[in-house]
Ligand binder design. Structure first.
Ligand code: ZN
Length: 290
């Protein structure tokens, strides 16, 4: 299989292809690494120093850029707008200094409590926007020492992905591969979705994603989707962890995987409406495992 045909399949399937056919593994590995680096060069000239920054601080890239890296290269038509870098709270100054050295300037800083920003239930302390000749990086400072905790508060499962210098992670690889997203029950904690969450869902709906609050919404479309409620990894009533078998974690590049304290495991349950009346309804929750 040549790199061109790899462009038509998701990272999830490329990783399986790599692991199944040892002789082809270097082709798939090089493709994954090159695609990741191409995305990074949209934002910085010195991608090695950005990777070192992520190694040192435990910062990770999430949002639409991580989703783009997961989906087949050929399937993503939307433009590359910005990079969302999630940063543990103690590394704020280091990360801002890094981007100033890379030619970026401070554009805006919003407290997470601002009505236009991310709302209360996000574990986000603040968002610092930096710009450089049309390039935009949002530095999202976690309220805690975990860089990845805010990711599990996102509006839906399609963006519960991240990558750093040596790893790509997806919490719901099977659903995301099929452009399906479950809405996070924790976003309904105040009774309704925020305007920001709604506008994100509408944006991704326009990009071909389908959203629901439980798996049954799709079962009428595909009988193979029927599931053991509360047991299936994609069921919103299942308690999950970021190291369980439902997650997809793939190594990128040749450097050793150095799990940073900032990416220690997270446990979560999407919660929300149960899939059927027999299901024991679990609350929506997210917490870092110490
Ligand atoms: Zn279920």
């Amino acid at each position: 299989m040549d790199p061109l045909s790899l462009a038509s399949i998701s990272l999830f399937d490329i990783a399986r292809f790599r692991d199944t056919y040892t002789a082809r593994s270097s082709i798939a590995s090089r493709y994954i690494e090159a695609r990741r680096d191409t995305l990074l060069t949209h934002f910085v000239d010195d991608i090695d120093s950005l990777k070192s920054l992520m190694d040192d601080t435990g910062a990770v890239i999430s949002g639409s850029l991580a989703l783009r890296l997961f989906l087949p290269e050929d399937a993503v038509q939307w433009p590359i707008n910005d990079m969302d870098l999630y940063v543990p709270n103690s590394s704020c100054a280091d990360v801002v200094t890094h981007f100033i050295r890379q030619g970026y300037q401070l554009s805006n800083q919003s407290p997470s409590s601002a009505p236009y920003a991310y709302g209360d239930m996000t574990q986000i302390e603040t968002v610092i926007t930096m710009i450089n000749s049309g390039k935009k990086v949002d530095i999202i400072i976690s309220k805690s020492s975990s860089s990845i905790l805010p990711i599990f508060f996102f509006h839906s499962t399609i963006v519960m992905n991240y990558f750093n210098s040596n790893t790509f992670f997806a919490a719901y690889p099977e659903l995301t591969k099929r452009k399906r997203g479950l809405i996070n029950g924790i976003r309904f904690a105040s009774g309704s979705l925020s305007d920001r969450s709604l506008s994100c869902l509408l944006k991704y709906t326009a990009r071909g994603f389908k959203f629901a609050r439980d798996l049954n919404s799709w079962e009428t479309e595909d009988a193979a989707d029927s599931h053991q409620c509360g047991e299936h990894f994609d069921c919103p009533q299942r308690l999950r962890t970021s190291v369980d078998r439902g997650c997809f974690t793939v190594k990128i590049g040749s450097s050793e995987d150095q799990r940073h304290e900032a990416t220690r495991p997270v446990a979560w349950c999407l919660g929300g409406s149960p899939c059927n009346i027999d299901t024991v309804e679990l609350p929506s929750l997210v917490f870092a495992v110490t």
